[in-house]
Design a protein around this ligand. Structure first.
Ligand SMILES: Cc1cc2nc3c(=O)[nH]c(=O)nc-3n(C[C@H](O)[C@H](O)[C@H](O)COP(=O)(O)O)c2cc1C
Length: 392
């Protein structure tokens, strides 16, 4: 995906992104990632460059019930200029209540709605990326959310996939409906539910959407693993902003590369092992602070170990120890055992990372595709599509 052509520009040329009343100077969005984009990780990323940094997804129901974990997820640091959150919900009443609560209590400056989750346990009940197929439900949720958010002039955006599979694409009509209901931007992940995270994101679909709805900002998502990928996507699609997910896992400095590309600089972060060790240790410290608990913070850092050291020559036993690290003192010790003279390994660190896998047959409620309108039995089934969900 990295562009090696000499004819392409080296600068990311995009004007600031207007999200309702907010101006995002650097039109780069940290994609919401459940279990990843918490306060600690957002701070780390933010320190490298500008952009909009979205929380992990939170369910409407858990917000309405004021669950401790839900309130933790939507907390922001004082210096997060635009407090951005993402809500996932499957019925208009709960989503409306959740948005109202957030807006009335001034808990966020921007709200995104998640319509992209491909997890079978959610889609087989009609939630996640299955939901836009039911146009009445999709519109009802957005209508209520926009109305509630607009009470305090909070911009409401949506994020979605292309559709269920290549024979059941929804993004074009969904985007037009959302635009007509007053959303402030639309982010498209260029994959279908069936693709999950496999194959390549379809940037042509993103370009088509950009062209079809010139009156609302369109954000492109999928397979940006470097500043050069970002430049290529912008040039190929004409989009108004980019949304970066897996590319920054273990690489918060990617936002520095993107900032440099915006500034017209070709300088890129190329951390050696020593810098990576410092970064991951700081990440662990921030997680401890965020969760207010050393054990929990260190449990959280474990999954990041493989991402931070992806492509670096670090031995298996040391990796294994780090992936079960109990506390900060032990982490310091393990990190000291690394060979700090190792420089940036180049290509091994670049390119796709994180979730991949193979296409999956869509899991949907029985007969889901037969009608674009939600049936009564389907509505009942949806009740549980907000339980135990973690990400898109
Ligand atoms: C670990 C993980 C968690 C995710 N959680 C969410 C989520 O909470 N909400 C959401 O809309 N998308 C979620 N996604 C999808 C991403 O936001 C993004 O759309 C997807 O990874 C494609 O972008 P990328 O190619 O830049 O990774 C998640 C993805 C990953 C890998």
């Amino acid at each position: 995906m990295t562009d090696t052509s000499t004819t392409r520009s080296k600068q990311l040329k995009l004007p600031p992104l207007q999200l309702g009343k907010h101006t995002v100077d650097v039109p780069v969005v940290l994609a919401p990632m459940a279990g990843v984009t918490n306060k600690a990780f957002r701070r780390l990323c933010r320190e490298y460059g500008g952009g909009l940094y979205v929380t992990e997804m939170v369910t409407a129901r858990s917000l309405v019930e004021r669950r401790e974990e839900a309130l933790r997820i939507i907390e922001h640091d004082n210096d997060e200029a635009i407090r951005s959150i993402q809500i996932y919900g499957v019925d208009a009443v709960n989503v409306g209540k959740a948005v109202r609560m957030v807006v009335e209590e001034d808990r966020a400056d921007h709200i995104d709605l998640n319509f992209g989750c491909p997890a079978p346990k959610v889609t087989r009940l009609g939630g996640g990326s299955a939901l836009p197929w039911k146009t009445d439900l999709f519109q009802a949720i957005i209508k209520t959310a926009v109305e509630e958010a607009s009470r305090n002039d909070v911009p409401l955006t949506i994020k979605m996939r292309k559709g269920i599979d290549d024979d059941h694409l929804t993004f074009m009509e969904s985007a037009k409906m959302a635009r007509d209901l007053g959303v402030s931007a639309i982010a498209l992940h260029g994959r279908t539910m069936a693709q999950h995270y496999s194959g390549k994101a379809d940037w042509n679909a993103i370009a088509d959407l950009r062209e079809a709805i010139p009156d609302v900002p369109v954000l492109g998502n999928g397979d940006i693993f470097s500043a050069e990928d970002a430049i290529a996507m912008v040039e190929q699609t004409g989009i108004d902003g980019i949304v970066v997910g897996r590319g920054c896992q273990g690489r918060p400095w990617l936002f520095g590369d993107l900032q440099n590309a915006f500034d017209g600089s070709e300088e890129r972060f190329r951390p050696g092992v020593s810098e990576v060790a410092e970064m991951i240790y700081r990440h662990a410290e921030l997680l401890v602070e965020t969760f207010g608990d050393e054990t929990k913070g260190l449990r959280e850092i474990r999954k990041h170990v493989a991402w931070y050291f992806h492509g670096y020559p670090v031995g298996g036993s040391l990796r294994a120890k780090m992936a079960t690290v109990p506390d900060l003192a032990a982490f310091r010790e393990y990190l000291a055992e690394l060979d700090h003279s190792i420089e940036y390994p180049g290509a091994a660190v670049e390119g796709p990372r994180g979730r991949a896998g193979s296409p999956k047959k869509p899991h949907l409620p029985h007969g889901w595709l037969d009608s674009r309108i939600l049936g009564d039995a389907e509505r009942l089934g949806l009740v549980d599509a907000e339980l135990d969900i973690s990400g898109g």
